[in-house]
Design a protein around this ligand. Structure first.
Ligand SMILES: Cc1cc2nc3c(=O)[nH]c(=O)nc-3n(C[C@H](O)[C@H](O)[C@H](O)COP(=O)(O)OP(=O)(O)OC[C@H]3O[C@@H](n4cnc5c(N)ncnc54)[C@H](O)[C@@H]3O)c2cc1C
Length: 420
C-alpha cells in the first residue's frame, strides 16, 4: 500500500493502556500521531491486571516485542496442572466451603492460560515501544469539537490545536465521550454505577503464603452472598486481591473512590473466613465504585472516535477491560495504516465501530452479569455454587477464543469496500 503523501494529523487523548497500545500499533505501522496526556507523567496508579489469551494475541499482533516484554513481567498459576485454570471457585465462608462439603471447583479452559501483571509494570514495558517525544504531558483536554474537516482540541492551559482526527483514549470520564455522544445520545454519555464497589490490595509473596498457605499459589475466587474475593499472582509473585461488595444502593460520593474507616471496610465482609479478613486488613480502606457504560450507540462522530474505557468502561468481573483496549488498538492501528488520505478517515472509523463495538458492548453486559454471579445474586444461579461454576465455565469462551486475525481481514475488506 502507498504511504500517504499528506498523512492525517492524528491526536490521541490519554496515555493509559488504550492510548499506549494504539501508540505502539501506529509506531509499528509508521503512522504519525501525538499523544496528549493530562498527567505530568505516565500513570503509576492501580494494582493487578489479568489478561486472557485474546489480549495476549492482540499484543503479539500489535507488536510482537510487546508480547516478549510482557512474558518478562507476567505470572501465571504456580502449579503446572493449574496453568489453564482461571480460578478455583471456593466459598468465602469460614473454611472456604470445605466444612459444608464444597471442596472447590475449577473454572478454566484449554484455550486459556492464566496470566497477570502489575499495571505499572505493564505501562513501563509499553512505554519502551514508541518514541516518548510523541507524548505531551500536562495537557488536559477540556473540549473537543469538529469544525469542518478539522477537529479542535482545547486544553486547560489555554492552548488549542487542530488535527484531522482525535482518538479518545481518555477513560470512562473523558471529554471525548461527550464530543461523540452528547448531541445525538445524551442519555448514554455518563457512566453508571453498577451497584458494586471493591477494595484492592497487593500482598507480598511471603505474607500471602503465611495467611493462605497453598491457597495462595493459584488463582482463586471466594464467593459469598453479596461479596467476593478474587486472588491471583502477578509480577514478582505478589498476590493481587480484589474484595468486591454488592449493595445495589446509589453511589452518593462525588468521586468514584471513597475513603472509609478500616472498621467499615471489614464490616462489608462480616462472617467471611478470617484468613481473607486478615489479608484484606492490609488494604487501604478505599472503596472503588464500579462504574460502567451499559450502552454506547456509536464509537464515532465525524473524525472523533472512542477507544478503551472511553468507549466501553466495564466492570472488572471478567478481567477484560484492558484486553478490549488492546483489541481496539489492534484493529484501529491496522485501519489507520491503510488511510492514505484524510477523506478515508470516516470509512476507517466506521469499520472500526462495526468490528469492535458489538464485542465491546457484549463484554460490558456480560461482565456485569458476572458481578451478580460472583456475589451469588445471578437470577438463574443464585446461591447454588454448582450452577455458578457451570455458568462461569461457559462464560469466557467467546472472549478468549476470538479470532483477531479474522477481524483484521474483515477490516481490510470492509475498508476497501467503503472507500472504493
Ligand atoms: C478494580 C479494577 C480491576 C480491573 N482489572 C482488570 C483486569 O484484571 N483485566 C483487565 O483487562 N482489565 C481490568 N480492569 C479494567 C482496566 O483497568 C481498564 O479497562 C483499562 O485500564 C482502561 O484503560 P484506558 O486507557 O482506556 O483508560 P484509563 O486507564 O482510564 O486511561 C485514561 C488516560 O487518559 C488520561 N486523561 C483522562 N482525561 C483526559 C483529558 N481530558 N485530557 C488528557 N488526558 C486525559 C488519564 O490521565 C489517563 O492516563 C480493571 C478495572 C478496575 C476498576
Amino acid at each position: 500500500m502507498d504511504r500517504p503523501i499528506c498523512p492525517p494529523k492524528i491526536a490521541i487523548i490519554g496515555a493509559g493502556i488504550g492510548g499506549l497500545a494504539l501508540a505502539i500499533g501506529l509506531t509499528r505501522r509508521n503512522v504519525d500521531y501525538t499523544i496528549y496526556e493530562a498527567g505530568s507523567q505516565f500513570s503509576a496508579v492501580g494494582a493487578g491486571i489479568a489478561l486472557g489469551p485474546n489480549s495476549l494475541r492482540a499484543m503479539t499482533l500489535i507488536d510482537p516485542r510487546l508480547m516478549e516484554l510482557y512474558k518478562g513481567i507476567s505470572r501465571g498459576n504456580r502449579s503446572p496442572e493449574k496453568a489453564h485454570i482461571f480460578a478455583d471457585f471456593m466459598l468465602a465462608e469460614p473454611g472456604f466451603g470445605v466444612n459444608s462439603g464444597w471442596e472447590g471447583a475449577p473454572v478454566g479452559s484449554k484455550d486459556f492460560t492464566k496470566s497477570g501483571a502489575h499495571r505499572k509494570d505493564l505501562l513501563d514495558i509499553m512505554t519502551r515501544l514508541f518514541p516518548t517525544e510523541n507524548v505531551r504531558f500536562s495537557k488536559r483536554a477540556v473540549e473537543v469539537r469538529q469544525t469542518g474537516q478539522k477537529v479542535v482540541i482545547q486544553f486547560a492551559d489555554g492552548e488549542a490545536v487542530d488535527v484531522d482526527a482525535v482518538i479518545g483514549c481518555d477513560g470512562a470520564k473523558g471529554v471525548t465521550r461527550h464530543a461523540v455522544l452528547t448531541e445525538n445520545y445524551p442519555d448514554h454519555v455518563t457512566a453508571r454505577y453498577s451497584g458494586r464497589y471493591v477494595y484492592r490490595v497487593v500482598i507480598p509473596p511471603t505474607e500471602a503464603q503465611q495467611a493462605l498457605g497453598a491457597y495462595a499459589d493459584d488463582g482463586k475466587m471466594f464467593l459469598g452472598p453479596g461479596h467476593y474475593f478474587a486472588l491471583y499472582k502477578m509480577s514478582g509473585g505478589r498476590l493481587n486481591l480484589v474484595a468486591g461488595r454488592q449493595k445495589n444502593d446509589e453511589w452518593t460520593h462525588d468521586q468514584w473512590t471513597q475513603d472509609v474507616t478500616r472498621e467499615e471496610m471489614l464490616a462489608d465482609f462480616k462472617g467471611c473466613d478470617p484468613r481473607l479478613i486478615e489479608l484484606l486488613g492490609s488494604a487501604n480502606p478505599t472503596r472503588w465504585g464500579l462504574f460502567h457504560h451499559p450502552s454506547t450507540p456509536t464509537y464515532l462522530k465525524g473524525h472523533v472516535v472512542l477507544l478503551g474505557d472511553a468507549a466501553h468502561a466495564s466492570t472488572p468481573h471478567q478481567g477484560s477491560g484492558a484486553g478490549q483496549c488492546l483489541e481496539d488498538a489492534l484493529v484501529l492501528s491496522h485501519l489507520l495504516a491503510m488511510v492514505t488520505d484524510t477523506s478515508h478517515l470516516e470509512a476507517a472509523f466506521d469499520v472500526y465501530d462495526a468490528i469492535c463495538r458489538p464485542r465491546g458492548q457484549k463484554i460490558v453486559r456480560t461482565s456485569n452479569e458476572a458481578g451478580h454471579l460472583y456475589t451469588l445474586t445471578h437470577p438463574e444461579c443464585g446461591e447454588d455454587i454448582t450452577k455458578v461454576v457451570a455458568n462461569a465455565n461457559q462464560r469466557f469462551k467467546w472472549i478468549w477464543t476470538h479470532d483477531l486475525e479474522a477481524d483484521l481481514k474483515l477490516a481490510e475488506q470492509q475498508f476497501a469496500a467503503l472507500h472504493g
